[in-house]
Design a protein around this ligand. Sequence first.
Ligand SMILES: Cc1cc2nc3c(=O)[nH]c(=O)nc-3n(C[C@H](O)[C@H](O)[C@H](O)COP(=O)(O)OP(=O)(O)OC[C@H]3O[C@@H](n4cnc5c(N)ncnc54)[C@H](O)[C@@H]3O)c2cc1C
Length: 1010
Amino acid sequence: MTTPAATTPFSDRLPAPVRDETAQVARLLGELQGRVDWSAVIATGTPWVDAVRRQPAPFWAMESLLREYPISSAEGLALMRLAEALLRVPDTETALALTADQLGRADFSSHGQDGQPHPMLSGLASQAIHLSKKLLPEDGEDMHGGGLLQRLGAKTVVAATVRAIQLLGRQFVLGQSIAEALTRADANRREHALIRHSFDMLGEGARTDADALHYGRAYADAIRAIAAKGRPARPEDGDGISIKLSALDARYEPAQFATVTERLMPRLLDLVNAAAAANINLTIDAEESERLELSLAVLDLLAAHVAATYPQWQGLGLAVQAYQTRAPEVIDEVTAIARRHGLRFMVRLVKGAYWDGEIKRAQELGLAGYPVWTDKRHTDLSYLACAQRLLAAPEIYPQFATHNAGTIAAILEMAKAAHPQGTPFELQRLHGMGEGIYREVMRRPDAPPLRIYAPVGEHRDLLAYLVRRLLENGANSSFVHQLADEAVTPQMLLASPLRAPSRSVLPMPLQLFGAARANSKGVDLAAERERLPLLAALGVPLPAAPTEASVEGAAAAMDALHAAQRGWNATPLAERCAVLLRAGEALERRTGEFAGLLAQEGGKTLGDAVAEIREAVDFCRYYAEQAAARLAPQALPGPTGEKNALRLHGRGVFVCISPWNFPLAIFAGQVVAALVAGNTVAAKPAEQTPRTAQRFVELLHGAGLPRAALTLVCGPGETVGAALVAHRRCAGVCFTGSTPVAKAINRTLAQSDGPIVPLIAETGGLNAMLVDSSALPEQVVDAVVQSAFRSAGQRCSALRLLCLHDSVADKVLEMVAGAMAELVCGDPADAAQSWAVDVGPVIDAEAHAGLSRHIARLEREARLIARTPLPARLTGTHIAPVAFELKSIGELREELFGPVLHVVRWRGAVDALVDEVNALGYGLTLGVHTRIDDRAVRIAERARVGNVYVNRNMIGAVVGVQPFGGEGMSGTGPKAGGPHYLYRFCGEQTVTVNTAAAGGNAALLAGGGQ
Ligand SMILES: Cc1cc2nc3c(=O)[nH]c(=O)nc-3n(C[C@H](O)[C@H](O)[C@H](O)COP(=O)(O)OP(=O)(O)OC[C@H]3O[C@@H](n4cnc5c(N)ncnc54)[C@H](O)[C@@H]3O)c2cc1C
């Protein structure tokens, strides 16, 4: 079989995701004008709602559970969080600690409908809580020290909780195998002949190719099993399958389009061929918005294949999310693809399951707006507008997936109005959800077929994923949640979405920090229109490097800066702040140009380059904001007849010495902080990256900074840097780099006979990540790979030491190895490959040699876990990401700046592990992965580090959000990008004026002593 070639380049088919929401909603309203009679919708839907409330769905149905224990309640949340994690925990100690932690937060015994505890949950769980509160040991205590009775009691609690969760699992999962699921499907069909299923062998997306192959086999087996039940006359008549492309390829990402065509397509074609041969429905699930264009490209390739090989098959399908602002255009594009290839598609219209994730991503990336609607009613409206399009397209068999009674009733009305003689379509619901409403809907004589989306697989593998998805449906705004809440009347529940657009209450991503400071603008690399200008900038040749200064030149610069400092310090604070703000604006406008510089001079990937530019912009805005708020003179209280004021001023000439790993962000952060405080600055960039520094200095001067206030002094640290620090006019040093150099600077400053000069040092770290067995391995692997290997491991914050709980270490390491094999090493400065590159070169030959020596030693002394393959064509200073297992933490001796990960296993008390990490003497960043909330808090309190990250990666600190900097051998503080930073650049003066000196206290006398 041949894979269809990706003849058309992968390019934007859809409009930009971020558009004016009000205007778009107005457009959709116009399209629906006169098409939906909402009073008829209310008339249809109200009896359903009433009936469901009179006769609730079965006990374990999602809506019943939500009624009993809403997710907004401590009990609901505890239950969900246990369901998410407990079954995967292999060791008793952690299972006990997790149960105690979560159940201890809830009170099932007094909670429930009408104040009545739920018979089953309170029977199991509330008993468990009481037991757990009494019997479970505190985290970190020796589990084996307690009495036998205590331990037995505690284990019973856990066993009972596990049983409760397994029961809950049955609600989320139709069968633990496809055979079991098919049997239950038959039982469903016996209840109603119009019921069909779409099975999904889902779980977490694949992180490794082994995972992807495993999912591929599971899908293929499922198709075979469905086919064995008999061939339906039409795909819509029988059961089918849903597949997630991110499960079939660990790199199902737009940046990896080549891999998608070479590796995913053949796998996909196998499944499509099997589904076509069996004449069943195969639907591609909808995932995150950055994959939307990619999914359309894949659909187009698939359609070409189907048209050539199975033109009569009408079962190929795609899910479309109505919450996407581009949903109507997606429908148009899908219809156009079907028409072009002469096919009919089955299109499942959903609202969308990743709304909060989409909002978070847009905020994190600093996008101009959101790719999804920000008001729930807009999503509902968009759903109807999309439905209208689907019902009008003969190339589409519409499948309406929703649990919302209003939406269902509207669809029935719209279908009847569009096609009074009847039109083929079906409704869909998730297994375990919407049972009550659909019980009523399916009683209608004109009820269309109903397809149940049915997850299949072992509870242990599926629950984490399903719970996260179901929490979305349990959100306060969701229909299922509101149906369970008797306080919400049927009128409220069935309120029309056909009304004027409302203003979002969500701040736009760029207004995340309120009125005081704009968030830096990011780039959505998944959008071609935003990506291409950056790639074009890679073709611009690097400028000549600035001339290096001599030692004498450095000294002369210091004298000149000293002479200029008084004048700059006298510049009004508002003007100093304005310079920073103008610089931030200019830098943001020149993102493409600086990204090109960073990729070429610093070896940065596009994503890292954009993130670094944003950080520099944030520094400019944040320090301007902080300076305005904190550095202005303050009046102080005192006795009458006296005026007291505190004033801050620049200390003099600050020497700012920055590293090559953040040649823009750290350089800019140091320099603008020192400047805004009233200092003049000698800025010495790293020898490897002077051009980026020079361009930023020019930008600052262009923004109105007097030339005399800032001088770029390039040259080697040992000579030029040392001369600057030792100069008698040096009034402060701000340094980021290695601990030995920081110490050398400190010694130089200490030897000076002049005033005692402050040193702000940010140095390295031996950063650890502690993972217990309650953590989700997929999340851990994502965090490990990003933290250890992004930026080729050349971040101060990068993960160096992964501490895995013994009970999960083998599994996690296998997955880490698989994920490392998926990394793409390459040259980010090469426009042809740049977007796809995950790991670029290390900074220079010297770094390469040092890392190679260290790796050679590890090869002798430690166990190799995995090494990313390095393409032979790479000629630069590339080091393949590599991971080694050490026997103990003590074997880790020095900080190493590159893509080298060390791993140790741990067991026993977590406090002892934290102490061992503390004993390394560094204290920069720490990652923690656990579902035991108390444990995370406890670790953070005990760890002597500057930045703790829980259940996420441990890099990419954001200015003003995660102020950055460590303690111990990792730095002096204060934290960069934090509220205490600027003070360290200032001298302070109080001025006390005796206002009664000339006799008489006018103010006091006028006030009469009041
Ligand atoms: C058969 C089936 C298959 C599915 N397949 C997929 C799939 O492939 N991909 C996928 O993403 N989802 C899929 N889903 C999940 C589906 O998206 C959810 O079930 C859906 O979100 C719930 O919609 P509802 O109409 O039942 O509920 P409703 O409560 O009416 O709507 C909930 C929707 O509103 C959105 N929302 C909540 N707050 C806001 C807000 N402030 N602004 C804007 N929107 C908001 C939610 O994100 C959600 O999309 C599928 C569902 C079914 C039934």
